[in-house]
Design a protein. Sequence first.
Length: 228
Amino acid sequence: MKLLVDIGNTRSKAVLSDNGKLTPVSYHLDLFEQYDIKQLTYASVRHDESAISLEAKARQVGASLTQVKTSSEAFGVKCAYKKYQTLGIDRWLAVLGAVHEFPNQNVIVVDAGTATTVDFVHSNKIHEGGWIIPGLELMTSSIAQKADKVFDDIGTDYHYGLGKATPEALKFGCLAAQLGVVRQAVEYFGLAAKLVIGGGTASLMLKPLADLNPHHDDLIVFKGLDLF
């Protein structure tokens, strides 16, 4: 059994890979014994004890280990960044996963998490670059913290519509901004492209973007990670 781990900005996520079948599981170090893990493949956006503890556990149980980092090219996909090391590994893995899922197609990859990222890939596997904006919750909280008269409440959910109270206007507006950047991406690319959306808040985007026929895949980062 192969264990895939994504150590993100907010939390660590884990997926079991068994001959290409991916199964999300709650992340904890006991997974190694629970599922008799023989191989660990992981990526990390943080430099902290999480990766050290993970590697130590893999060595303890005798599992092989691979840390995946952004490269100038992988599986035929060429990274747009000259300083490719500065492209976030989650973005790179999402790009690789999307290209693997939709080969020979133009792809727009949206990963909606702590940050919302958008990446553009041509059908010839050339990554053109992308955008980074605050994720939905980060956008909401930053406005509420910086603007004295803008406030939020836990009873208001995100919704695509017009707010009739300040918490609604805040959350509905931030969601509209997230949707707006996706629509702008489609317009900017100017080519027929498969829109792939993943991440923790991706589900909120699907209905309002239904006319763009988005492909929802919360495992797109792990599909990229599983290639290694």
